[in-house]
Design a protein around this ligand. Sequence first.
Ligand SMILES: *Cc1c(COP(=O)(O)O)cnc(C)c1O
Length: 395
Amino acid sequence: MLKKERLFTPGPTALLPQAQAAMAAMGLHHRTPEFRAVFTSTLQRLRAFLGTRNEVLLLASSGTGAMEAAVANLLSPGERVLILSAGKFGERWQKLAQAFGASVDLVQLPYGESFGGEHVQGRCGGANPPRLLLLQASESSTGCKHDVAAIARAARAENPGILIVIDGITGVGTQQLDIDAWDLDIVVGGSQKAVMMAPGLAYLSVSERAWTAMETAKSQRFYFDLRRERKSQQQGESAFTPAIGLIAALNAALEYIETIGGRAGLTANAETLGAATRAALDALGLQRFGNGAPSGALTAIEMPAGLDAGLVVKALRQQFGSVVANGQGEMKGQMIRVAHIGYYDFAETLSLIAQLEIVLAQLGKLDRAKLGAGVRAAQTYYLALQQAAPAAAKA
Ligand SMILES: *Cc1c(COP(=O)(O)O)cnc(C)c1O
């Protein structure tokens, strides 16, 4: 049987054809007025997409590069850093901060739980307060999101000058994130997630407070010196050779995203697909991983007892061309992770639920009498949604 390969992984995510075409067509040299126009337009769109008055920069790196840039530009060795960690990406912040000589104050929750304001209370002030607060908006390794608004509010109440840095790599475009109202100093994103394109670009918004802090921060930095990038990018250039093709792709992707209601439209889409998937899980007697607040970016589906997730990952790929993610690190084998972030629609989400039912039946973990129960729950969810907001469902 014919099969099409489709990514359902929470990064890299499915590619937007228009963005791919724009990348293939881009042949400009970067020190030309034509490219400067593309770069400037992309930065403007990105800022509108993020909905912030803060300056926004693009870097040629994966998302982790921008995470590193945030730490390298804001921190001096030996300074205290408060980190909230409940998954593999929280652990990445920890390793990164340690690599830059931070004195790390770690707040840990079990994998699959979510942080709220109470988890930073009593930790941000005092005689030697932390300089930085680092956390994820959405923890892609567990499928849970954190309450960024409440955390930022609680942290600022104790320490108005604390620098709040958000790994929004799967949070942007999947959950509410108000950079200006919540006073977030740096928010990081990556090209291979919500913005529907190939890996290789990272972006970040930078507050005035953060620009000021960079003048005195003493960590070593060169390629990721944001002050130099800022000067260049204000002129429509970057300090070094930009990822020319990827910038053209991002411009096209953001143009498309504007047509679906911008970041709010994208977020609503992801949240709808996530809710439909959870309705299917309930009907099938399956659980989400953990007890935290579900991220709109992905659903982490816990495997029934005695079933290795690797078998499900393999069967979905071999039979249907559908690529889902296994658990990361110690969580490998326990779950599959299915993306809603970026370029996914209801039709393919329904299809994936149907595929999962087939695979579970083959592996002896779903009674054949229950085939279709998940699909039916998602269909019912869709119909209810359409009744509640017919215009939105049609759009
Ligand atoms: C994908 C992802 C990253 C970045 O990973 P890169 O491989 O460096 O792009 C960071 N944080 C989260 C939460 C992610 O999902």
